[in-house]
Design a binder for this molecule. Structure first.
Ligand code: G6P
Length: 370
């Protein structure tokens, strides 16, 4: 076991550290050398079929579901096609409105989750084309789907998903760019710009691992004193807040609630008390001012606010107690980088609290029963 962990104390931190490599692997051979588009030869959808897509249904469980929520923001923005995201166990029992004009995107690390597999079969039975984004070659989901985008993250052992999530995000970006080019919805200049930024992500992920480790280890000590915490953000930051809060809950057993920042005053603000830790994700410029005004509401209750923002964002420092700075990328791609410090915070919180990092109580890596 020790050898399998490659010198790391836990599989989770090993897998967190493998993320730059995983990002590189999923991009390999998929970005055109002139940065004009993506090569997804494995997706056999014809131009005609793509033009006929009226709706995209994304279905998954757990962390993969959170990747799907990022997918909704990304695909709707780029493709201007309505996207629904469903938890697989909800989708399969609600008589979903799926037909031959729906593209179903199934996301699953293992490719074996029972509810997700059943949802896939349900979508197919209703005439929908199915693209699976999965990590395991030859898995049940890979075999059932019409097309598969493999995430090439390598085996993920820790129950809490890290490198699988980050590569699922990349799978979504690649699929979106592929569909967007076919639909003529992404101007050439924008395509090139996005691809150049995608290409930078492995190095930027490495920078986060190299430079933030000590800060995050120390910062996580706050969870020795608190059993509750909150993650807030808007848009894509909200999608990552969901995943950040799940990571912390899963492995450190600290109760964490993710809220769309604008929704806070409709509920959870009542629970914000003096010194309670609040993670505030602020990478989306079009809603930055709005999020800052939500942070002011939180600060008025004297909570301890930790901001997550791009390097060079000086504004945020005026409103929060501490800042986690991540390398700058396009706001569209921010989830790939913002999630890394949140994974590390969860990891160190789990270690400090003496929890079983890789095998949290009551959870399984792959849920193959209902
Ligand atoms: C379990 C795991 C989660 C995972 C979920 C979906 O609950 O503990 O980490 O996100 O299943 O698994 P899948 O293999 O379908 O992505």
């Amino acid at each position: 076991k020790a050898a399998e962990k490659g010198g790391y104390p836990h599989f989770m931190i090993k897998e967190i550290n493998e993320q730059p490599r995983a990002l590189r692997d999923i991009l390999t051979g998929r970005i055109a050398p002139d940065f004009s588009g993506v090569d997804l030869q494995e997706v056999s959808l014809t131009a005609e079929q793509i033009k006929n897509i009226r709706k995209i249904a994304v279905v998954a469980c757990g962390t993969a579901y959170h990747a799907g929520i990022v997918g909704k923001y990304v695909m709707e923005k780029m493709l201007r096609i309505p996207v629904e995201v469903d938890i697989a166990s909800e989708f399969r029992y609600r008589n979903p409105l799926i037909d031959a004009h729906t593209l179903t995107v199934i996301i699953s690390q293992s490719g074996e989750t029972a509810d997700t597999l059943a949802a896939l079969k349900e979508a197919k039975a209703r005439g929908s084309r199915v693209v699976a984004i999965t990590n395991v070659v030859g898995s049940s989901i890979a075999r059932e789907a019409h097309d598969v985008v493999y995430t090439w993250a390598g085996p993920e052992i820790a129950v809490a998903s890290t490198k699988a999530y980050i590569t699922q995000l990349l799978g979504i970006y690649l699929l979106t760019l592929f569909l967007g080019k076919e639909l003529g919805r992404i101007p050439a200049g924008e395509m090139t710009d996005i691809l150049h930024h995608l290409y930078q992500l492995p190095k930027q992920a490495q920078d986060i691992l190299d430079h933030l480790n000590e800060q995050l280890n120390k910062m996580a000590e706050i969870f020795n004193q608190w059993e509750d915490t909150f993650f807030v953000g808007r848009g894509l930051d909200y999608a990552v807040a969901l995943e950040g809060s799940l990571k912390l809950k899963e492995i450190s057993y600290v109760h964490a609630e993710a809220y769309a920042a604008g929704e806070l005053k409709h509920g959870t603000l009542a629970l914000i008390v003096k010194d309670v830790p609040v993670l505030a994700l602020c990478t989306q410029p079009d809603v930055f001012e709005k999020t800052v005004s939500n942070i002011k509401e939180i600060k008025a209750r004297e909570a301890h606010v930790i901001g997550v923002a791009f390097e060079g964002n000086k504004e945020i420092g005026k409103s929060v107690d501490e800042v986690i700075y991540i390398p700058e990328t396009l706001p569209l791609l921010a989830p790939v980088l913002t999630v890394i410090p949140l994974q590390m915070l969860a990891y160190y919180a789990s270690v400090h609290r003496g929890c079983d990092v890789d095998q949290p109580r009551n959870l399984a890596k792959s849920v193959t029963v209902e």
